[in-house]
Design a protein around this ligand. Sequence first.
Ligand code: ZN
Length: 195
Amino acid sequence: MPGSSLDALIDALRRLPGIGVKSAQRLAFHLLQHDRDGAQRLATALQSACVSVRHCERCHTFTEAPVCDICLDPQRDTRLLCVVETPADQAALERTGSYRGLYFVLMGRISPLDGVGTREIGVAELLRRATDGATEEVIIATSFTAEGEATAHVLAEALKSRGLKATRLARGVPIGSELEYVDLGTIAHALSDRR
Ligand code: ZN
């Protein structure tokens, strides 16, 4: 039955990262067969998140207000700006409790094969944000994957050419890892050991 609602649902689920056609089918069957309430809740939550969640005007993280709570917090150290790839990485750094500066959330990392370059991840916006006069140090906390390292290099060059101090999280975070999956102690250590 091509073009059915079920096919459309499976197709939509397949777009999620890490979900192949088999998993998408399993999820769709589960929701429709065993959890209609859950399916309805999921639909409503998605709908409302798509309407109300936006990007912070200053740091680009997710927020429901024009500017997020962290950017508005007067206790944060405005001299420090930490650059991460995703809101999930930002959340990981926040959980360490050892960073009191501000953030800038990129839209991912540079990946030429996927057509993702400096424009797509928001480097121009970062440079505008970092040259606000208050920022004294930009801490580059992109992942320790090949693409994250390449992104860090590009950012460091661009920041330095504008006379800004750029540091990188110290090694100790395992090579190839996404920040969001690294344990808190390791992140805290990499942060205090940055260079
Ligand atoms: Zn913000």
